[in-house]
Design a protein around this ligand. Structure first.
Ligand code: B12
Length: 146
C-alpha cells in the first residue's frame, strides 16, 4: 500500500513552485501525495488528512507569515483525533532570523520536523522514510504496485 501524505501551502500564501517540486519528488519516491495547492486553510489540511487516512502532513510557507498561519494547527489535529507526522518547511520567518531559533519555535508549536528553504526534497523523503519506518525498497515496491 502506498503511504499517503498531504501537502499544501498554508494561509494566504500563493507560492506554488516549491510544493510542485515536492509533489513530484514524493510521488517518484512512491508516496501517494494529496496536493492541496496554495492558500490552504488549517481546516482543509485536517479534513484531507482525515478523509485520506494520511500518515503525514507537509505544510509549506514562503511569504513570512508561517507562525501566525500555523498557530493552533496541532490543537486542530489533536481535536480531530489524528495520529500524523507533521512537517513544516520553506521560508518560515520574516527577515534574517537564525534558522535554529525558527526551528525551535516551530518544534514548540508541535511540528515533528522543520525545514528551511535550502531543503532538497530528498531530505524530506529520507525523513519520512525514517519517521514512517519505511525502507527505500518498500517505497519502490509501493510505487511499482500502484
Ligand atoms: C517566485 C516568487 C514569488 C511569485 C510566486 C509565484 C507563484 N505562483 O509561485 C510572486 C511574484 C507571486 C510572489 C509574491 C510574493 N512574494 Co515571493 N518570492 C518568489 C521567489 C523569487 C521564488 C520562490 C520560488 O518559487 N522558489 C523556488 C522553489 C523551488 O523553492 P521554494 O519555494 O523555496 O521551495 C523549496 C524549499 O523551500 C522547500 N520547501 C518549501 N516548502 C516546504 C515544505 C516542507 C514540508 C519541506 C520539507 C520543504 C519545503 O522545498 C522546496 C523545493 O526544493 C522568492 C525568493 C526566493 N529566491 O526564494 C520570493 C519570496 C518567497 N517572496 C516573498 C514575498 C515577501 C512575497 C510577497 C509577500 C510580496 C508582496 N509584498 O506582495 C508576495 C506574497 C503573495 C502571496 N499571497 O503569496 C519573500 C518572503 C520573505 C520572507 N519569508 O521573509 C521572498 C523570500 C523574497 C524576499 N527575499 O523577500 N513571490
Amino acid at each position: 500500500m502506498p503511504r499517503t501524505v498531504i501537502l499544501g501551502v498554508i494561509g494566504s500564501d500563493a507560492h506554488v513552485v516549491g510544493i510542485t517540486i515536492l509533489e513530484q519528488a514524493l510521488s517518484a519516491a512512491g508516496f501517494d501525495v494529496v496536493n492541496l495547492g496554495v492558500k490552504t486553510s488549517q481546516a482543509d489540511f485536517v479534513d484531507a488528512a482525515q478523509s485520506h487516512d494520511a500518515e503525514a502532513v507537509l505544510v509549506s510557507s514562503l511569504y513570512g507569515h508561517a507562525r501566525q498561519d500555523c498557530e493552533g494547527f496541532h490543537d486542530r489535529i489533536a481535536d480531530a483525533g489524528l495520529d500524523v507526522c507533521t512537517y513544516v518547511g520553506g521560508n518560515l520567518a520574516v527577515g534574517q532570523d537564525e534558522f535554529e531559533q525558527t526551528r525551535e519555535r516551530f518544534r514548540e508549536m508541535g511540528f515533528d520536523r522543520v525545514f528551511d528553504a535550502e531543503t532538497d526534497p530528498q531530505e524530506a523523503i529520507a525523513a519520512l522514510r525514517q519517521d514512517l519506518q519505511l525502507t527505500a525498497r518498500e517505497a519502490e515496491r509501493a510505487r511499482v504496485d500502484s
